[in-house]
Design a binder for this molecule. Structure first.
Ligand SMILES: [Ca+2]
Ligand SMILES: [Ca+2]
Length: 106
């Protein structure tokens, strides 16, 4: 009787360990999963989001346009600046930037 009880106890202890380990594993897996959206293969909307955040990073004076000077900090954008500036006003609007950025990403 006592032997059975102690066996039960050790089984319960092992089961608890397994649960604790898998709970930790699950926490790590969900933390990793939570970070994946930034690096997962991108659809059209993700490309637009990436363009938007790149635009915001580069728009130093936050006027919603990229001047040539602001664009010059990113050589790959600076090289495309004139091509992306569709209305030739000397600055890139978010639309112009997103269109150019999306085309370059393809
Ligand atoms: Ca600006
Ligand atoms: Ca423009």
């Amino acid at each position: 009787m006592t032997q059975v009880r102690s066996l039960d106890l050790s089984l319960i202890r092992r089961a608890r360990q397994i649960i604790a380990v898998s709970a930790a594993g699950f926490a790590i897996a969900s933390a990793a999963f939570a970070q994946t959206p930034a690096t997962t293969p991108s659809g059209p909307s993700d490309a637009a989001t990436a363009a938007q955040s790149a635009f915001k990073r580069m728009d130093a004076n936050k006027d919603g346009k990229l001047s040539k000077e602001e664009a010059s900090r990113n050589p790959s954008v600076a090289a495309k600046f004139d091509a992306w500036d569709q209305d030739k006003d000397g600055s890139l609007s978010l639309d112009e930037f997103t269109a150019g950025y999306g085309a370059a990403a393809k």
